[in-house]
Structures are given as structure tokens and as C-alpha cells.
Write a protein that binds this ligand. Structure first.
Ligand code: CP
Length: 310
């Protein structure tokens, strides 16, 4: 597949993409990564195009990463947040988005607390829609940047053992990782308290392990997920202290993992809960490389989707 055969104006979910489409995004991201290492960190690929960031939920990494990515492609960027926009006065999502589109915006990057909101928006606007996280559904660019980082470190995804640990039930990052990694042939295990593992998740092609000490043995990648207290995850286990003892990745627990295992986390980290500070900052951690790679991956996604004829 080549850039010219890409046909999607939207990126809503990794569930929707073929293996070839995922590989094209990763290949395009590889070529854009070098731009951020230049003294002048800019290419004219999206000059004259406008990208709007529409964030209805808190974000540090994703919002700034999309803004940096758009600017490195020479696009104009517009930032909306729910607190400063007319949605706080009762305006519907559709009206807000149509008003933004009326300003000749080419692509809307949206984060929203409702699962399915990005797909809904893609049907009511002609502009492209990039899902920056919709409820507990998907966070496709996080999944892609995780896969990009794994590929960079481990070269081949096929046959690689990847374990997602933590709150799988509420995690859009887990769902995007599962769809993307299984399409590329990785062997994915999910691990967490039984209350935070969705029933029937094996149908997505993953294995389930409730004992973290067993789960982390022989894995090539441990992707540690945040305990999402804002989505009532705290009600699903007795206490934060117990969660940290049973599932937290501590220095001691790391001794059971392979010496070359890579430690990933989408951020923001609850240090001392799902991940010990020494492990987050340790030699196996690629957490900040994930953030760096996020820019290249989002440049690729913005470029491919924004250049599609509407
Ligand atoms: N990984 C991630 O989505 O982080 P933010 O919530 O800071 O955007």
C-alpha cells in the first residue's frame, strides 16, 4: 500500500484498519520522525491546511502532540477546549463542530468522554475527524505510537509477546493496542484484577492472566495502564494500596521479567500505584520515547487523512 492508495478522511479506530493501512501509517511515521531531529523542525506537507483540536476531556500529551505534529507539517492550528467553548453554554457537539467546519477547517482532532462520539462527528461534518480518545472505546493514535515504539525497539511485531497490565475494562488505550497488535501478529496477554478485565475479551484474540507474577514472565513488552480513578476504577478493587501490592510493577517484581523487556505506559502515570518510580525512570523504560514517537505518528496520521480528497 502507498500514500496515494490511502482513502480515509477519518481515523476513528484501529478496529477499522487493515494490517496494510496500519503498516502504511508506521512507514509514513518513520519518514516523518527525522523532521523532529532537524535544526528547522518543519516540512511544508500541510501548508495552507487548518487543523482544529477539540478537546472535551483533559489531556497533556495528546493535545500538545497533535499541535506540535500539525505545526511541524506547516498546518495552521486552532485549539478549542470545552471550558472555553459554547458547549459549556449548552451547544450540541454537532453544532459546535459544524461552526468550526464553517471556518474552512480541514481536519478536526477530537477527544470526548462518550464512546462513539468520533464516529458520530465523522458523519455530520465533511472535515476529517481524528479520534484522540472517545470514552472507553479507542485511542487509535496512542495504539499506533505504542506499536511504532515496540517496532523501533524490537524490530518485528509478529510473534512478539506483549502484556497489557491494569484497568483493561475502562482503557481505550488497551482496546487500540489489542486491535493493532493482533492484526500485526503479536501474542497479546491482558492481566489485571478480574473485575477490571471485560468478560469475553478472549474473543479479540488475547489471552487472560490474573496473576501478574505469572503474566510478566517471558514477555517482550509490558504496557502498564493507568488506574482510571475518574472512571470509577477505584470501586473495582479494595484499595489503591492493595492494587499496588497485587498488580503494581515494582523493582522486585521486575526481577521476574526478561532482562530486555521494555516498559511502556501511555501516561499520566500514578507513580507508586501501577508503576514504581524506579521502574518508570529505569533502564527498561521507553515511556518518554513513546511521547517523542507520538509526534511522528500523529504527523503521519494528519498527513494521510488531511490529503484525502473530500
Ligand atoms: N496518553 C494520553 O492520552 O495522555 P493524555 O491524557 O495526557 O493526552
Amino acid at each position: 500500500m502507498t500514500e496515494t492508495s490511502w482513502t480515509r478522511k477519518d481515523l476513528l479506530a484501529l478496529e477499522d484498519l487493515s494490517k496494510e493501512e496500519i503498516e502504511l501509517i508506521l512507514k509514513t511515521a518513520e519518514s516523518f520522525k527525522e523532521v523532529s531531529a532537524r535544526e528547522v523542525k518543519k516540512v511544508p506537507a500541510l501548508r495552507g491546511k487548518s487543523i482544529a483540536n477539540l478537546f472535551f476531556e483533559a489531556s497533556t500529551r495528546t493535545r500538545t502532540s497533535f499541535e506540535v505534529a500539525a505545526k511541524r507539517l506547516s498546518a495552521d492550528t486552532i485549539n478549542f477546549s470545552s471550558s472555553g467553548s459554547s458547549t459549556s453554554k449548552g451547544e450540541s457537539l454537532s453544532d459546535t463542530a459544524k461552526n468550526i467546519e464553517a471556518m474552512q477547517v480541514d481536519t478536526i482532532v477530537m477527544r470526548h468522554s462518550s464512546s462513539g462520539s468520533a464516529e458520530y462527528l465523522s458523519k455530520v461534518v465533511k472535515a476529517g475527524v481524528i479520534n484522540a480518545g472517545d470514552g472507553i472505546h479507542e485511542h487509535p493514535t496512542q495504539g499506533l505510537l505504542d506499536i511504532f515504539t515496540i517496532k523501533e525497539k524490537k524490530k518485528n511485531i509478529t510473534g512478539l509477546k506483549v502484556c497489557l497490565i491494569g484497568d483493561i475494562l475502562h482503557s481505550r488505550v488497551a482496546r487500540s493496542n489489542i486491535w493493532g497488535l493482533t492484526k500485526l501478529g503479536a501474542k497479546v496477554t491482558v492481566c489485571g484484577p478480574p473485575t477490571l478485565i471485560p468478560r469475553g475479551i478472549e474473543k479479540l484474540g488475547v489471552s487472560v492472566e490474573y496473576d501478574v507474577d505469572k503474566a510478566i514472565k517471558d514477555q517482550d513488552v509490558l504496557n502498564i495502564l493507568r488506574i482510571q480513578l475518574e472512571r470509577q476504577a477505584g470501586a473495582f478493587f479494595p484499595s489503591i494500596r492493595e492494587y499496588a501490592a497485587e498488580y503494581g510493577i515494582s523493582v522486585d517484581r521486575m526481577k521476574k521479567a526478561k532482562s530486555d523487556v521494555i516498559i511502556m505506559h501511555p501516561g499520566p502515570i500514578n507513580r507508586g500505584v501501577e508503576l514504581a518510580a524506579e521502574v518508570a525512570d529505569g533502564a527498561n523504560s521507553v515511556i518518554l520515547e513513546q511521547v517523542t514517537n507520538g509526534i511522528a505518528v500523529r504527523m503521519a496520521v494528519l498527513f494521510l487523512t488531511t490529503m484525502v480528497e473530500r
